[in-house]
Design a protein around this ligand. Structure first.
Ligand code: SF4
Ligand code: SF4
Length: 374
């Protein structure tokens, strides 16, 4: 891999992203107020929207491949010429979007898509349908992951098989190296994207500088506890209402944890109409809100927040790994911890469940604003 690694100076980054914009819709993290959000890169004004690479994005990158809301089918009602008084529906599936490139996502966000993949390509459960909308966006996306040069107190990727310099799911791994970035191709598509006159072959000094920066970042993570027994422990806790009531005591059911999570993939489907025209929309949904499981009869199998929290944690650490080759449906990005307005900490719930801690619950809600002070 090192033989074909390239180096790009910080000063040439905007130019390279501009070049790539001719082939891809390029997305990169950008600071907006106190938040860092993934935004389209504007090749017409490259210096005005340089990527923010020093601060972890507030949101995950999932909305680029799994939009917050997307049309599945457009439809139009028209009269049936052969049967007066009856109507026909014209149906149209929207065209596939063009290729996209996400630059500068942290390793946990790339690993998040690997949690989505088996769900949407129909593996793991017999007879499950393949989701063309997700799969065609995913196949046309190139991921340039930047290894983390530091970690936050909320990061715990090392608990769940990740690392600050993980290349899993990446097409290119970018690492800080002195005055620019070392770019290591991980896939053939990534290698092709490195074919640019703005890049130079990586020399020995830069390879060493990048490795040193990555080693330093890893040292900033606390050692991971052994949570390999979490799946079984959570199942054993299934009927322990007092445990779940205690863990969920501070939850406000706001759903922020699910919307910011790179691995939460639930959605709702609605039909919106205006006159004879309509659209079937798929929109994100959140299992932490009471409406998620409210049935038409008025019955709600997850009426209380303890049941909802139990489902979310159980799904990520027990049910999903059982279906999908033991991979946890959590990549340890820590966004749900950092942005929860009432201080619910998924790490504490998991370690409580396996009996590693019985830590006290937070006394008061901390002032914890998305994108706020780290
Ligand atoms: S972000 Fe916190 S308060 Fe909001 S639903 Fe999630 S756990 Fe509950
Ligand atoms: S559950 Fe929390 S820590 Fe895990 S991937 Fe989702 S947002 Fe990140």
């Amino acid at each position: 891999m090192e033989a074909s690694s390239k180096f790009i100076a910080r000063t040439a980054l905007a130019g390279w992203l501009g070049e790539l914009s001719a082939r891809f819709r390029v997305w990169a993290p950008r600071r907006e107020g106190r938040a860092v959000l993934y935004r389209p890169f504007d090749p017409q004004a490259p210096e005005d929207n340089l990527p923010e690479l020093d601060k972890k994005p507030t949101e995950s990158a999932k909305h680029i491949i799994f939009p917050r809301s997307e049309p599945l089918i457009n439809f139009r009602r028209k009269r049936d010429p052969e049967h007066p008084g009856q109507f026909l529906l014209d149906l149209r599936v929207p065209e596939a979007p063009g290729p996209s490139l996400i630059f500068g996502l942290p390793p946990c966000d790339a690993r998040g898509f690997m949690v989505f993949d088996p769900v949407y390509n129909g593996s793991g459960t017999d007879g499950q349908a393949r989701d063309i909308y997700y799969l065609r966006r995913r196949a046309a996306a190139l991921l340039i992951v930047r290894s983390c040069s530091r970690t936050l107190s909320t990061c715990f990727c090392n608990w769940v098989g990740g690392a600050p310099d993980s290349a899993e799911g990446a097409d290119i791994l970018a690492s800080e190296a002195e005055d620019g970035f070392l770019l290591e191709p991980v896939s053939s598509e990534g290698a092709a994207a490195l074919d640019s006159g703005l890049l130079v072959p990586a020399d020995e000094n830069r390879l060493k500088a990048a490795q040193a920066a990555r080693d330093e970042a890893k040292k900033t993570l606390k050692p991971a506890p052994d949570i390999s027994g979490a799946g079984k422990a959570l199942l054993e806790r299934f009927e322990d209402a007092a445990f779940w009531k205690g863990e969920a005591a501070h939850c406000l059911s706001c759903g922020i944890c699910t919307f910011l999570c790179p691995t939460c993939y639930c959605f709702n489907v609605t039909d919106e109409t205006a006159g004879a025209n309509g659209v079937r929309l798929r929109s994100w949904d959140a299992c932490m809100t009471p409406l998620f499981t409210l049935e038409a009869s008025g019955h709600n199998p997850r009426q209380d927040k303890a049941a909802r929290l139990k489902n979310r944690i159980g799904h990520k650490f027990s049910y999903y790994p059982e279906l999908h080759e033991a991979r946890f449906a959590c990549v340890g990005c820590g966004r749900c911890i950092k942005s929860c307005p009432s201080g619910v900490d998924i790490r504490r719930i998991v370690t409580d469940s396996v009996g590693l801690t019985q830590s006290p619950k937070p006394k008061a809600a901390p002032r914890n604003i998305p994108g706020g002070k780290e």
